[in-house]
Design a protein around this ligand. Structure first.
Ligand SMILES: NC(=O)c1ccc[n+]([C@@H]2O[C@H](COP(=O)([O-])OP(=O)(O)OC[C@H]3O[C@@H](n4cnc5c(N)ncnc54)[C@H](OP(=O)(O)O)[C@@H]3O)[C@@H](O)[C@H]2O)c1
Length: 268
């Protein structure tokens, strides 16, 4: 019988790492193997060593097209049944559009959009009824974010791509869930040069990573196409749907503008 596996990209840190932990604890049902994908082999191997489930480490740069040939070759050789695919690898750069470097801009599109499409394309033929895909979008993909324009647009892409393919998959027993969390304490905000812009945006608060992942797995099991794992962001989502986008962006600017006086008052 084919092995039942979970494939997690971005498994070396943050959300992806937490998916690996929860799958290993059985949150996604019985699994024969978890495949961990990210660039840093040593980190992946350390995480794999903590798992009681068998693991396979694939140290790959997902901005490189050749990485998907490697994934396809592994899948063709092993012929597993992929129960879970989690596309968590991603990154975002804060700041006005013309202040973000060309390479970062290109890589954001490659990793956040193209890699998600490629991995779905390669993995879907190895899925069957009951299989699930979770694609990491973001609340930034639901509510347009000035000063995070490219990132916000890539996450909007992930959201629409996931929803539409989920619709096409109707009747197959396979579902795709777009996960749209707000900020979480992960490597995402841990980069050098994280700007004042990022710190201002964090005024919306943080969700605990373990809770986000638990809710995502639950939503995916139920076959939901969208998971916004916090009530305040659901409310923001509904409000922004009712408003023209220029008005919602003006409101966001006003909200961020309130942040500095609040912070100064906190320091006093
Ligand atoms: N944290 C937040 O506030 C937040 C909020 C909403 C949505 N998200 C989304 O959640 C997802 C996970 O982010 P996170 O919060 O877990 O951030 P993170 O801790 O920085 O994790 C990002 C992961 O992506 C991997 N990665 C980065 N570049 C890669 C590349 N070129 N090829 C392969 N893997 C690559 C990293 O591993 P290596 O460095 O080892 O390659 C790491 O495992 C992202 O898609 C992000 O956009 C995050």
């Amino acid at each position: 019988m084919a092995k039942s596996i979970a494939i997690v990209t971005g498994a070396s840190s943050g959300v992806g790492r937490e998916f690996v932990r929860q799958f290993d604890q059985g949150a996604g049902g019985p699994l024969d193997e978890i495949w961990l994908i990210a660039r840093r082999r040593e980190v992946l191997e350390d995480i794999a060593a903590t798992c009681k489930t068998a693991t396979r480490v694939l140290a790959l740069d997902l901005t490189d097209e050749a990485s998907f040939e490697t994934i396809s070759a592994e899948l063709d050789r092993e012929q597993p049944r992929v129960q879970w695919l989690v596309n968590s690898a991603g990154f975002g750069k804060f700041g006005d559009f013309n202040t973000i470097g060309e390479k970062d801009t290109r890589d954001m599109v490659k990793l956040n959009c193209l890699a998600v499409v490629e991995s779905c394309y390669r993995v879907l033929p190895h899925m069957g009824p009951g299989s699930r895909i979770i694609n990491l979008a973001s609340i930034a993909g639901v509510i347009p974010q000035p000063r995070l324009s490219v990132y916000s647009a890539t996450k909007s892409f992930v959201l629409e791509f996931s929803r539409t393919v989920d619709h096409e998959l109707h009747g197959t027993g396979i579902h795709i869930t777009a996960l749209c969390p707000k900020f979480m304490h992960t490597g995402f905000l841990d980069k050098p040069n994280d700007s004042e812009v990022a710190r201002k945006m964090c005024v919306i608060g943080f969700s605990p990573v373990d809770k986000v992942v638990r809710k995502a797995i639950h939503a995916a099991v139920l076959g939901r196409a969208l998971c916004i794992p916090s009530a305040d962001m659901w409310a923001a989502h509904i409000i922004t749907k009712l408003l023209p986008s220029n008005v919602s962006m003006e409101l966001e600017d006003m909200f961020m503008g309130m942040w500095e006086p609040m912070r100064t008052a906190d320091r006093r």
